[in-house]
Ligand binder design. Structure first.
Ligand SMILES: [Zn+2]
Length: 572
């Protein structure tokens, strides 16, 4: 069945409007028709009326009317084609290939364009495989991109314009067509050219798996590192994300989707089983977020840890704030300096595991405080007020009144908390031996501090779990600066225990800590159920890990901690 009208009829036959709406609305019978509170406008008495005979609805309050298709389109912000897909899936109808791949209803143009793009992909792909028979490509090795991944993502290698031109002419693709669609261009001397010479090619697909453009990564350090195809009728950067087809497999609006910076981050995330998309080397736009929101409520922005990444997070925050709704939000993961998701997954970085990073995502409101509070030192009433005003100004941009009000009251409460903490600190300042550090605000460098506390927890976890490591390095561990007061106390107690009690295995140490009343500390910092098993600790901190490896890792972490402490002192 390739006919669109037949399909529409079939879906109508199998979907009763009352069944469909009952999933979302509380429907009451009223005479010969049914009524409900309108899902499209706010009301107290039902004016949304459903006519079962005609299989349609009309709202006498806001005027919206339609059938099952318009309801789904309106509710999920889908196109007709997408609504058709969704309803077909709901009633177990398998769409024929021509409808499912989006070519139905579209002109012959699209089909032909797809064909050309497929040829080019094939050409690049066989170039790459041919090249790899006798050569290595550093970039691919570094990013752990295997032949299997090359096939999965249809990666390729561009060589030069002339080769591609002659390949396409053998396939009878006319030069006019290529020029018309900005696949090739002609300069003012009539010389034809394209964009990609000696680049790793990443085909960019639309939601229906059709290749519509390419991103090219230079083989070495040549600039620009990444370039994308020129835009045309089929390809608009602002509306496309790399790896869009992964969204089709989403079953549930609460699923996680990560928005990362680059193609290789997407590939790395997917290799660990996470769904990820990326903008095409351009800034994120609100269209990008709206696209992802059509599938999930709260995607997570996971940018690189450098300044560009932080700025991208700030921009994203500004973009999405006006659009926040009950079902549209955004979470954030902040990486430390100069790391990207791919480094964490494929690099030698072993200090932070991917799963602990991902579980430490920040809500939008947390991120608002972190990103805009970064430079603030909240140690005077004037500064606290100025910080508060800055946040409240941002909150004014939220269009949804309920959400705006909640953000406002959350902020006011939070600032009150901060003021209280600061006042307490002024009160105790003279009694404290590390008084300098108490001037650092709660907010300043909060982002770094998240990593610091994770690092400090890691050190403590190693002390608790790896007795051999602890005993061999007790002096260094006793000396290292620990900024978190609870963890510092825990460290001191542990050092005390091993020098005064008979401790033969880690188990004894844990029992002694519990006996001394440290259960709450342990639960808080290590999130274990019984405070005895620490399955979540890093490799080096485990009792059975190789002692040389463990020592090396520990000393490495201690030296990072030391450097951080010196930097922190200098900046005060
Ligand atoms: Zn209405």
């Amino acid at each position: 069945m390739d006919n669109k009208a037949d399909f529409v009829q079939l879906i109508k036959d199998r979907t009763d409007i009352l069944d469909l709406l009952t999933k979302d609305l509380k429907i009451i019978k009223s005479g010969s028709s049914y009524k409900a509170l309108c899902p499209f406008h706010e009301e107290k008495t039902p004016s949304f009326t459903i006519n079962v005979q005609k299989q349609n609805y009309v709202c006498y309050g806001c005027g919206k009317s339609g059938d099952i298709f318009s309801y789904i389109m309106e509710k999920y912000q889908l196109s007709f084609k997408e609504a058709l897909e969704k309803l077909a899936k709901d009633c177990n109808i398998v769409l024929s290939k021509s409808i499912a791949n989006g070519t139905f209803g579209s002109s012959k143009n699209t089909k032909y364009y797809n064909k050309v793009m497929n040829y080019i992909t094939l050409y690049y792909n066989s170039n790459l495989k041919e090249h790899l028979k006798n050569n290595d490509i550093n970039f691919l090795n570094k990013k752990k991109i295997s032949l299997e991944k090359i096939e999965k993502y249809n990666l390729g290698l561009s060589t030069n314009f002339n080769n591609l031109e002659s390949f396409l002419s053998k396939k009878s693709i006319s030069l006019e067509y290529l020029l018309e669609n900005n696949i090739f261009k002609k300069n003012k001397y009539g010389k034809k050219y394209d964009l990609f010479t000696n680049r790793i090619m990443f085909p960019i697909k639309d939601r229906y798996e059709n290749i519509i453009a390419f991103g090219g990564r230079s083989l070495g350090d040549e600039k620009p590192k990444y370039i994308n195809s020129w835009e045309n009728n089929f390809f608009k950067k602002r509306q496309v994300l790399y790896n869009l087809p992964c969204l089709n497999n989403i079953k549930n609006r609460t699923e996680n989707v990560y928005i990362v910076e680059g193609y290789t981050d997407v590939i790395a995330m997917e290799s660990k089983g996470f769904k990820a998309v990326a903008p095409l080397g351009t800034s994120l736009t609100i269209e990008h977020f709206k696209l992802v929101w059509r599938f999930v409520n709260e995607p997570t922005l996971f940018m690189d840890g450098d300044n560009a990444g932080i700025n991208a997070s700030i921009r994203a925050l500004d973009l999405v704030m006006p659009e926040l709704r009950g079902e549209n939000s955004l979470n954030f993961i902040f990486l430390k300096e100069d790391k990207d998701p791919d480094d964490i997954i494929n690099g030698s970085e072993r200090t932070y595991s991917l799963s602990s990073l991902l579980s430490n995502k920040q809500s939008l409101i947390e991120s608002l405080f972190l990103l805009y509070g970064n430079e603030e030192v909240l140690n005077s009433p004037e500064r606290i007020v100025s910080f508060k005003n800055k946040i409240l100004t941002k909150i004014k941009n939220i269009n949804d009144p309920d959400i705006r009000n909640l953000y406002r009251s959350f902020t006011v409460n939070r600032i009150n908390e901060i003021s209280k903490t600061q006042i307490n600190k002024f009160g105790t300042i003279t009694n404290n031996k590390r008084k300098d550090n108490y001037f650092t605000s709660l907010i300043k460098n909060k982002r770094t501090e998240n990593f610091v506390i994770r690092r400090e927890r890691s050190i403590l976890a190693a002390m608790i779990n790896n007795l051999k490591l602890l005993k061999q390095n007790d002096e260094a561990l006793a000396k290292v600066y620990i900024s978190n007061a609870e963890l510092e106390e825990l460290r001191n107690v542990i050092i005390d225990i091993i020098s005064t009690e008979k401790i033969l295995k880690s188990e004894d140490l844990k029992k002694s800590l519990l006996g001394k009343g440290y259960e709450a500390f342990l639960k808080k910092h290590f999130q274990t159920k019984d405070c005895i098993r620490f399955d979540l600790v890093e490799e080096y901190a485990k009792e059975n890990s190789d002692i040389n490896y463990a020592t090396e890792t520990l000393l490495n972490i201690l030296s990072i901690q030391e450097k951080w402490y010196q930097r922190k002192n200098k900046s005060l």
